[in-house]
Design a protein around this ligand. Structure first.
Ligand SMILES: Cc1cc2nc3c(=O)[nH]c(=O)nc-3n(C[C@H](O)[C@H](O)[C@H](O)COP(=O)(O)O)c2cc1C
Length: 216
């Protein structure tokens, strides 16, 4: 598979089959993930692979925590959102709406609920940053997660990044025994997408080059 095919073929999967990826596939995926570059080759990341019934147990902890905090997906903006971002959010909802309806799924709370149960994925990779470093080094972890998303394509796996779990530091760290000096940044739900699910037909648009790329 060409890298361009992996890039163009990837989209976030929000309905997974129960079928589990083989252990060797997961090992290969993580080998490819950690080939990502990092500043001074510090590799400031740690990954925790969660599989099988542990995913369901983790998900139950997160659901419980959600009933206490009510924390759902948010754009994490520090300033009011400019209109272009509001419009991109709207666009995504407009794309998702009819597919949720076709799937017979209640739209309200679908993303929050689905994110915390990893959309039924049989495997999850949790990516953390060593807090020894400034938050800017989250960039390195993000690159590695990008590698993971593309490598997963070649291995025939579907993925969905789950940023919501970053708002659930305590239950994530408690359940997975992640040391205090790590910050949980993002998880990736992994497995085989349900090919018949309308939810997996979503292809999110992108702003054009003229909007996001400047040339000098
Ligand atoms: C850092 C990050 C965090 C994300 N968090 C979530 C999440 O918590 N729940 C979810 O359903 N999707 C999440 N997504 C998926 C995005 O909604 C998705 O990437 C975006 O809408 C573009 O769609 P695509 O991945 O299909 O191209 C996240 C993606 C990224 C990169």
């Amino acid at each position: 598979m060409l890298v361009s095919q992996a890039i163009e073929g990837r989209s976030s999967c929000r309905d997974f089959q129960a079928k589990k990826p083989a252990r060797e596939t997961m090992v290969r995926l993580m080998e490819l993930t950690i080939r990502a570059p990092s500043a001074i080759n510090l590799q400031p990341w740690q990954f925790t692979v969660v599989r099988d019934e542990e995913v369901a147990r983790l998900s139950r902890q997160l659901q419980k925590a959600k009933t206490e905090t009510g924390q759902g997906c948010a754009p994490d903006n520090l300033q009011p959102l400019a209109e272009k971002y509001v419009e991109r959010k709207r666009q995504l909802s407009r794309g998702m709406g009819p597919l949720l309806e076709e799937a017979g799924v209640e739209a309200a709370g679908f993303i929050d609920q689905g994110s915390l149960n990893f959309y039924g994925a049989p495997a999850v990779v949790v990516a953390c940053l060593d807090r020894t470093f400034k938050p800017v080094r989250a960039f390195d972890v993000g690159l590695a997660v990008g590698w993971l998303l593309l490598a997963a394509r070649e291995l025939g796996l579907d993925t969905c990044p789950i940023g919501l779990i970053a708002a659930y530091q305590e239950p994530m760290k408690d359940f997975l025994n992640i040391a205090d000096n790590y910050e949980v940044l993002v998880a990736v739900a992994l497995g085989y997408g349900n090919p018949d699910s309308p939810l997996n037909r979503l292809r999110s648009p992108r702003a054009g080059l003229e909007e996001v790329v400047r040339w000098y």
